[in-house]
Design a protein around this ligand. Sequence first.
Ligand code: HXC
Length: 514
Amino acid sequence: MDKDLEKLIKMRAMSRLGGGQDRIDKQHAKGRMTARERIQMLLDEGSFEEFDMFKTHRCTQFGMEGKEFMGDGVITGYGTINGRVVYVFSQDFTVFGGSLSETFAEKVCKIMDLAIKNGAPVIGMNDSGGARIQEGIESLAGYTDIFLRNVMGSGVIPQISAIFGPCAGGAVYSPALTDFSIMVKNNSYMFLTGPKVVKSVTHEDVTVEELGGATVHATKSGVIHYAAESGADAIEYIKKLLSYMPQNNMESPPVIECDDPPDRADEFLNQIIPENPNVSYDMIEVIERTVDHGDFLEVMKEFAPNLVIGFARYDGYPVGIVANQPEFLAGVLDIDSSVKGARFVRFCDCFNIPVVTFVDVPGFLPGTVQEYGGVIRNGAKMLYAFAEATVPKVTVITRKAYGGAYCVMSSKHLRGDINYAWPTAEIAVMGATGAVEVLYGREAQKSDDPQAYLKQKEQEYAEAVVNPFVAAKRGYIDDIIEPSRTRFRITRALQLLKNKRDTNPMKKHGNIPL
Ligand code: HXC
């Protein structure tokens, strides 16, 4: 018995060493943690239960016979984060560059299957040279087995990916299929093909960082949701994200004790809207002044900043927040912001997280760039997402809600449950200046003083149309509220909607304009 135990202890120790101390040192020299260190940092101390630590590859070609490392380049298992179960895989770059073999994929699939069956999130930590070159088709099959599980698990359990090193070729599609992806700045990259192939095909000179670094994907492509400063920062962000999510689509999101009074008024909000409608203000400040303790976890902060999305709590209840940001492009909706908002609303809807929407939107961005890029098709995504969402939906219009953008931003007409407006709200087909130009432009030319004539008409139009009372009279707005009481009104609305049940017509699935 002692001998057997001794062997087990030895084997475990060997497996834990991955590709060996030399390669671990190399990993550290690159400023990266090892796969095990990442798991240790992510999970509650002592909670990790590892699977398949003795598994090895079955490849017998290209010098692979007898060249085995236990675990075969990926560490898999489950553990807890703040006491809640999560399944984890962490690619081990010290073993064959973390490359994916047939057996590696089997390990990942095993924990994904368990996660889906048991209703717990999956966190994938990527650091890999891609498909194991010695194997070929088996590794391609393995990747596809993982993709299938990413899709089957979508909307059933939350899936989060972190990219801590290389992630190239088809391997990028697993993170792309998950709900949230995080990269580490200056130390990780994601692309379909690297700079060398790019150069030979398109003659374009580009560095790894310019092609697929964290900053590029956080600001330009919108592939990732957070560009972390370090591996530790990425792990912290994952933990924060998870704290707002239920374990699966059958559960409610976790409610925490809250000592921030729900009826806390904030007088500053009564003055935050500038006198001049063309002057901006910071919508994040509005959000932070209303949510519990001012805690707002922004998602995709640097991509399409004209729309703000993220998580917060009201009286301890998690919500997803969607808000126009007047500080960028006056808060217009465009292609990127619509895609960003739509996917976020759909995530919240999958996982029973209520959506609170703050509206200050002058409309959709006009012009050929947007039209050629398909702003019609892409803007429709946002509309679709809000319309199909059956979670509680609370909307606050702070200032502008013009044209199609009014309809899109969780309006009453898209099954908004509680729709509030501040007294400063301007709800109309378009702003008074544009409207009188169309209606009275020609007439103005005939008058003695066209400018004064238009000004007068503008004032009349604004008084008659551009205010929240017209919408409130028709019940499109449930109440016009005092801005300082916004936190209280939202919290109460969410309490009212706690047991909301709503459904969509029976269908296999809808056909969102992709
Ligand atoms: C087998 C691999 C490997 C791979 C790296 N290694 N990638 N082994 N298959 N895909 C091994 C190396 O041989 C080396 O082994 C060790 O891992 C560390 O790699 P280095 O090259 O020394 O590290 P580094 O200099 O940091 O470079 C990392 C790298 C480079 C940029 C990722 O290794 C690389 O370019 N690898 C190949 C990437 C690739 O083309 N993959 C296939 C993509 S196609 P030793 O024993 O020397 O330590 C693909 C299709 C997926 O993935 C399709 C899905 C549908």
